[in-house]
Design a protein around this ligand. Structure first.
Ligand code: MG
Length: 253
């Protein structure tokens, strides 16, 4: 099932995405809900599929990507945070900050949490997942190298585009991730090559912090990262389906 989040004149609604359009969901997407039988025909604006309390990310989680950035592969997962204010929807613009010198794309599989969770075992980790989507872990690479930690480099407004919908039927252990810059494939990876699997990553993070409904985990990017400039578009496909597309625009202050 595919689930999108829409801003309607009447408020924000979840909807199931079907061939004939969006079917509005009534109730609580994290609990009991039902969907309308007829597709919605009014005005709407597509939102990011969730409004997370936090976005937790895995760094250097594919061997070839760690090599291309000369990052050490550590025995434990490397985790960092992106602020909730960095989240944007598919179709919204990635703003190229005035002070930026090198802004890179990173196509990733994103996990969306459906149940409050702490201290999960690897075995139970996927049972708290509501669905999966695509993400672009946009990064100011020069600042990432200069700062020694990644909050500024990864934390600018618009630096966390999330897919147009959640997919609930997806095997996160073998999902193909493709990144396309201006329509050309520049990244191609598969989550089977993750150093820390999705299960292990979710369990590891839940041992540190409580995962809340709607929180997002970015699982890391495969090799092939590169720069974006104003005017570029970047798309992320998972298993051959386009989840995410954004254009880069220069920030105006
Ligand atoms: Mg990343």
């Amino acid at each position: 099932m595919k689930i999108a989040r829409l801003a309607l004149p009447e408020g924000v609604f979840y909807a199931s995405v079907k061939q004939d359009g969006y079917h509005l969901i009534l109730g609580d997407i994290f609990g009991e809900w039902g969907e309308l039988s007829e597709p919605y025909e009014g005005e709407y604006r597509l939102l990011a599929p969730v409004a997370p309390s936090k976005v937790v990310c895995l760094g250097a989680n594919y061997k070839k990507h760690a090599e291309e950035l000369h990052l050490a592969v550590l025995p434990e997962p490397t985790v960092f945070l992106k602020p909730s204010t960095s989240v944007i929807a598919s179709g919204e613009d990635i703003l190229y900050p005035a002070q930026a010198t090198k802004v890179d794309y990173e196509a990733e599989l994103a996990v969306v949490i459906g149940k409050t969770a702490k201290h999960l075992s690897e075995q139970d980790a996927l049972s708290v997942v509501l669905g999966y989507t695509a993400a672009n872990d946009v990064t100011e690479r020069d600042m990432q190298k200069r700062d020694g930690q990644w909050t500024r480099a990864k934390g600018f407004d618009t630096f966390c585009p999330l897919g147009a919908f959640l997919e609930t039927d997806l095997n996160p252990e073998k999902a193909e991730i493709v990144g396309k810059k201006n329509g050309v494939v520049v990244q191609k990876g598969n989550t089977r090559d993750l150093i820390n699997s999705v299960k292990r990553s979710v369990a590891f993070i839940s041992d540190i912090m409580t995962l809340e409904q709607g929180d997002v985990i970015l699982t890391g990017t495969p090799e092939g990262i590169g720069p974006l400039l104003p005017g570029d578009t970047f798309e992320v496909e998972i298993n051959g389906v386009t989840f995410l597309k954004n254009t880069v625009k220069r920030e105006e202050k």
